[in-house]
Design a protein around this ligand. Structure first.
Ligand code: MN
Length: 195
């Protein structure tokens, strides 16, 4: 029973060169993302099996791991889609308008998002979200795949800051990876998510 499936990349493995190499993207998608998909399916299967056999299970550990793996799967799926070859630049339309309303200017938003990405402790993500209660656009840091999330926030743009996202291309220079990311942002896709 496979609840989750690894999505194919929406472009070729070499499509993001020179910003992300074919090797880096291939390992990230085929190994790391695939592991979260398998992890989520394995835990669901384990829970199912325990249910059928009325077996005891360490529920806290199983659910923590399930949330970690589902979070990893969802975030990576969004991450692939919010990048594209020949992209970057500035958003248009409603998204640009809302970024200006909430951050003052696109440059200010970019500065704050970059600072959020650069100051993540350990493994995690920078994300632009719409907090549904207030309707505000807010930047957040996601620890690992699933911590610090607002319960009602829609993800608009995510940036993977785990080392596995950039170590082949940029080694310890994660700032260069963030700079590269700005050349890949698929603002049309981010704009759709705002709707
Ligand atoms: Mn990753």
């Amino acid at each position: 029973m496979e609840t989750y499936k690894l999505p194919e990349l929406p472009y070729a493995y070499n499509a993001l060169v020179p910003y992300i190499s074919e090797e880096q993207l291939g390992i990230h998608h085929d190994k790391h993302h695939a592991a979260y998909v398998k992890g989520a399916n394995d835990i669901l299967e384990k829970l199912d099996k325990a249910r059928k056999e009325s077996a005891e299970i360490d529920m806290k550990s199983a659910l923590k791991s399930l949330s970690f793996n589902i979070g990893g799967h969802i975030l990576h799926s969004l991450f692939w889609a919010n990048m594209a070859p020949k992209a970057g630049g500035e958003p248009k339309g409603k998204l640009l308008e809302e970024i200006k309303n909430n951050f003052g200017s696109f440059d200010q938003f970019k500065k704050e998002f970059t600072a959020a990405a650069m100051s993540i402790e350990g493994s995690g993500w920078a994300a632009l979200v719409k907090e549904e209660k207030s309707g505000k656009l807010i930047i957040m840091q996601i620890e690992k795949h699933n911590q610090n999330m607002y319960p009602a926030a829609s993800l608009i743009l995510v940036l993977d800051m785990w080392e596995h996202a950039f170590y082949i291309d940029y080694k310890n220079e994660k700032g260069k990876f963030v700079d590269a990311f700005w050349n890949l942002v698929n603002w049309a896709e981010a704009g759709k998510r705002l709707q």
